[in-house]
Design a protein around this ligand. Structure first.
Ligand SMILES: [Zn+2]
Length: 290
């Protein structure tokens, strides 16, 4: 994504991993190949790789600079986590991307996690002398309190899906006193607020950015692929509650359709940012290229 300006705010992206990833059949249990083929042919060429039959899925962090704060939204998979393939992405691209933006870890004021999954919390923590500590020493980390509680409960039951995400990426932030466990109506200020969109995870949230009458929304994993605008009921396999995720998706799409609200889904490849347009009971996602 090119740098995006919303009023007084700039938004840029740090990419950890890019390229063809999973087939739609693997990703969407409700996938219908005949219907899917028709949609894929009409979608933006950046979202599908016909040679491999795989969807192009990006893993990225958004950097939001407001007049008051430097904010990261979602932190990819991180390093030293010991994740098994295919989640063992190379670490240098994210490090290089962070540095290329002129950032030092001390500069980050807030880290927002749309939800507490493996690929949205990784750089939250760093391994130092055998202990996980917050990567950004001056940052407050914003987690939805019911999202946190749900994963804490899973962790306490020994489930902790997937793997050690809660223990290594989330718990150390709370233990260090750097977490803000917030509710649905949380607003950092009049520039950054949350919209709960549960389903992909227990309390997944979109992050709104408002400035000078303009709005952008970091949509996290509300959708993983452009095809879900055509078929909002095609929930993704990793969704916590596939029915609820479809309800949240439709509700959100309807709320922003045919407005100038800019959408930033974490897993959409460049140019990432786009607009939602209504089309009967379906929607279209139009990438913004200017
Ligand atoms: Zn994700």
């Amino acid at each position: 994504m090119q740098s995006l300006t919303i009023g007084d705010v700039t938004i840029t992206s740090i990419i950890e991993r890019d390229g063809p990833w999973r087939t739609p059949e693997e990703m969407f249990p409700a996938y219908d190949p005949a219907v899917g083929k028709r949609h894929l042919a009409a979608l933006d060429p950046v979202v599908f790789d016909p040679a491999s039959g795989k969807m192009v899925i990006t893993y990225q962090t958004f950097v939001v600079r407001t007049p008051k704060h430097t904010i990261l939204i979602d932190t990819c998979t991180g390093e030293d986590k010991g994740y098994a393939p295919p989640m063992d992405f190379p670490k240098q691209p994210w490090r290089d991307g962070f540095a290329a933006q002129g950032l030092r870890v001390e500069d980050i004021d807030y880290v927002f996690c749309t939800h507490l999954h493996i690929d949205h919390t990784g750089w939250n923590t760093t391994l130092r002398d055998g202990r996980w500590v917050p990567t950004f020493p001056n940052a407050k980390y914003v987690f939805h309190k019911r999202e946190y509680a749900a994963w804490e409960e899973e962790h306490n039951k020994g489930n902790n899906p997937p793997g050690t995400v809660f223990r290594d990426n989330c718990l150390p932030i709370v233990e260090a006193g750097q977490a803000l466990l917030v509710d649905d109506d949380y607003a950092l200020d009049d520039t950054v607020t949350l919209t709960p969109t549960p389903g992909h995870s227990p309390c997944h949230c979109c992050v709104n950015i408002f400035s000078k009458g303009q709005r952008a929304v970091v949509a996290g994993d509300l959708m993983h692929h452009q095809i879900q605008c055509r078929e909002p009921n095609w929930s993704a396999k990793p969704d916590w509650d596939m029915k609820l995720s479809a309800v949240s998706r439709r509700k959100f799409f309807a709320s922003v359709a045919d407005t100038d609200t800019l959408i930033l889904p974490i897993h959409f490849p460049k140019p990432t940012v786009g607009l939602i347009r209504a089309d009967g009971d379906r929607f279209n996602y139009r990438f913004k290229r200017d």
